[in-house]
Design a protein around this ligand. Structure first.
Ligand code: HEM
Ligand SMILES: *[C@@H]1O[C@H](CO)[C@@H](O)[C@H](O)[C@H]1NC(C)=O
Ligand SMILES: CC(=O)N[C@H]1CO[C@H](CO)[C@@H](O)[C@@H]1O
Length: 322
């Protein structure tokens, strides 16, 4: 009899352990009930001053999740002895670190060492998407912050890859073609520096001309803005990734692709590759389908190799390990 009680108790413990060690919506309900509203306020305040903030957060979330999993390793500052993820080429133009700092500071004042930096990124990204006209959705939380950030771990897809080659990066993270085409819809907001697409618009395949698959008026305009790689115009200017509704999370990105007005080569490829083109057409004609898929794909991306339970730590300052 007593044995049975002990056995029952053990089973309960195991069930409790298993259910606690996974992401769930409202993870901070009892430990920091204001967590989500504090983050939302910080994002809203920044957004009121700078409408380009949502794009920064979305890209940060992607770059964080695709290196070691969504563990806030992207936020760690380099030291004299060690270069962190931030220093990798594709990450050099990631922005918005100060928004995460501000949210972390506000959270530490109310509930110290409770809300992970990894969750702050995921929640702030959700708020940014909603603020910009995108879907409203719940984000499962309970991520822990990682203990490693190494510049040599950064291996992100380049914008000149084919759809199939880019897809390998996504399948390696447990995401499929539909997820990839949907997530690239994040390029419905934000900007790209000329350096990321200059070859494509000025010297496609060594021809000294733009890719004929790009809208000729747009190609000419981009050349005026960017110059060519051998004769760049002063700095490294930026252009909007979505040439129509540049500050709205909507399906116009896909319509632009169909009009041959994708800015990055990979974006335009999505409309040309036989595997992805049908998904592009579907989203272009159905904004609701895109919204729903986008929320689901972001939730899925936000689960990549997360640290749970007692793994990692809850950083006090998102830029340094405790
Ligand atoms: C094959 C995959 C991808 C490639 C090759 C790619 C490439 C790029 C490049 C080259 C830029 C321009 C960066 C700059 O000039 O500063 C960019 C910007 C951006 N990317 Fe991606 N990206 C990919 C997937 C994603 C995903 C999955 C997301 C988010 C879910 C995302 C969100 C963004 C956003 C929001 C921007 C604008 C950033 C800003 O305005 O600061 N990208 N991407
Ligand atoms: C731009 O977006 C608006 C609003 O979604 C749409 O009605 C319009 O057709 C688009 N225009 C172009 C040129 O794509
Ligand atoms: C596009 C770009 O700058 N890529 C660089 C990203 O970072 C890795 C690792 O530091 C470099 O090897 C790439 O050249």
């Amino acid at each position: 009899m007593e044995k049975n009680v002990i056995f029952f108790f053990l089973i309960c413990c195991i069930i409790l352990y298993v259910t606690s060690a996974q992401l769930r919506v409202g993870f901070y309900k009892s430990s920091c009930s204001r967590a989500e509203s504090i983050i939302r306020q910080v994002v809203q305040k920044r957004f009121d001053k700078d409408q380009s903030i949502p794009a920064a957060l979305l890209r940060m979330h992607f770059h964080d999740c695709f290196v070691r999993g969504c563990d806030a390793s992207i936020l760690i500052d380099s030291t004299n002895s060690k270069s962190s993820e931030k220093d990798a080429g594709p990450n050099l133009t990631v922005r918005g670190y100060e928004i995460i700092d501000e949210a972390k500071k506000a959270l530490e004042a109310v509930c110290p060492t409770t809300v992970s930096c990894a969750d702050i990124i995921a929640l702030a990204t959700r708020d940014a998407v909603t603020l910009t006209g995108g879907p409203t959705y719940n984000v499962p939380t309970g991520r822990r912050d990682g203990l490693i950030s190494d510049v040599d771990d950064v291996d992100l897809p380049s914008p000149s890859l084919s759809v199939m080659d880019a897809l390998h990066f996504f399948t390696a993270k447990g995401l499929n073609l539909n997820d990839m085409v949907t997530l690239l819809g994040a390029h419905t907001i934000g900007v790209a520096h000329c350096g990321f697409f200059q070859d494509w618009i000025s010297n496609f395949g060594g021809t000294g001309k733009p890719d004929p698959k790009m809208d000729t008026t747009l190609a000419a305009r981009l050349l005026r803005i960017c110059g060519t790689k051998s004769r760049p115009l002063n700095k490294d200017p930026t252009v909007f990734l979505d040439q129509n509704t540049s500050f709205v999370v909507d399906n116009q990105f896909y319509n632009q692709i169909i009009l041959k007005k994708g800015i990055l080569q990979i974006d335009q490829q999505l409309g040309l590759d036989r595997s992805s083109a049908p998904i592009v057409s579907r989203f272009a004609s159905n904004g609701n389908a895109f919204n729903q898929n986008f929320a689901n794909a972001l939730i899925k991306m936000g689960k990549i190799k997360v640290l749970l339970g007692n793994e990692g730590e809850i950083r006090k300052n998102c830029r340094v390990f405790n």
